[in-house]
Ligand binder design. Sequence first.
Ligand code: 13P
Length: 250
Amino acid sequence: MDRVLIAANWKMNKTVGEAHRYMVDFLPRLTGWEKTEVIICPPFTCLAYLREALENTGIQLGAQDVFWEPEGAFTGEISAAMLADMGCRYVIIGHSERRHILGENDQDINRKLKAAVSCGLVPIFCVGESLPEREQGQTQTVVREQLEQGLAGLELPNLVVAYEPVWAIGTGVNASPADAQGICASIRRYLGGFQVNDWARDIPILYGGSVTARTIAAFTAQADINGALVGGASLDPEHFASIVRLNSDG
Ligand code: 13P
């Protein structure tokens, strides 16, 4: 697949003022990035500002979460239709911080994926094993289970999958590119089980977990890794621009 996606997950960082200062620095640095699809997933509170700031830049907007119900008495929640209305094309679903800190389970994630797809959003569906699971040799089983339960009842959705081993998130320790390639290839093989045309071949699979400008090219050089979901290193405009540029040059 020629398509390469580099997505920034800002997590719970940046006020609107900080997002504005970021963009003033970031946008002029992005020359020659045309080969790459850049996605920024800010906190909900920055979506309105970024929708305007990113107009005509080609950069796509994504949210970090969504609720599964379409509307109603769900204090604090945000629906898929609201995100689409804010100009979001993507939404991160099933991030390990939501699974582990906020207690989301596979059934919640399945409902969120369905809600997002039904409103035309493209989910960035996160899967990945914890350190104990990895140490017990359960990586493949855990990831497969997350895929199976998350995608239950969904018909060949327009989708991005992000493989984010939990032990590599925010730790400065990344999976080796070869290891990540192995898991991403098995994710693609699993999706290939749906066996319809080239659907699985065309699903972008991203790696996430301590990606930096130093490591990005080794990941995107892998056959089944089509980009990255970047946390910490996306918060600095100069660093994130160099991740996008390095990938474009490669
Ligand atoms: P870090 O890049 O900070 O490890 O975060 C990865 C991540 O969780 C992206 O969603």
